[in-house]
Design a protein around this ligand. Structure first.
Ligand SMILES: [Zn+2]
Length: 149
């Protein structure tokens, strides 16, 4: 698959996604499931879930608002799982949904990996392996939380 580089390309990718068992549409180029995914269009970087919501709304997300995931999986671009909301609402939702694991989400990302690890994870086979592993981790997480669609 070549990298999408127009909004129409991104929409075509959206329309080709097969939902996972939770009804989530995982962005196919997500290296890690559960993290925001970006795409670049004409040298500008966009978060794909925001593009999916704006397509559904037919207008840009209002300033001061965020794109919220009802499914809480940030790599999901299913417009049905996306809504416009405030940061405050987002935080309240998350605290309600994951009272014990709330801190987990606030942890900073893993410190910079060594170059060796970067090279390893940049190879296509290993990328796919990491993606599958993160998909499995994410499914387990949601099973534990009792989230279903
Ligand atoms: Zn979803």
């Amino acid at each position: 698959m070549t990298a999408p580089n127009t909004l129409e390309d991104v929409y075509r990718v959206f329309d080709s996604i097969v939902p996972d068992k939770y009804g989530c549409h995982q962005w196919p180029r997500a290296a890690v499931i559960g993290y925001y995914c970006k795409v670049s269009i004409e040298m500008q970087s966009y978060k794909v879930h925001r593009l999916a919501l704006e397509r559904k709304l037919g207008r840009p997300i209002r300033s001061g608002f965020e794109c919220r995931h009802a499914c809480d999986c940030k790599s999901c671009v299913n417009p049905e799982h996306l809504e416009e909301g405030t940061h405050q609402e987002n935080m309240e939702d998350r605290a309600l949904r994951y009272p014990e694991s709330y801190d987990h989400f606030k942890k900073p990302k893993h410190p910079a990996h060594s170059q060796k690890l970067k090279d390893w994870s940049n190879s296509p086979e290993n990328k796919e392996r990491l993606r599958q592993a993160s998909l499995a981790r994410w499914e387990k997480h949601r099973e534990r939380q009792g989230i279903s669609q």
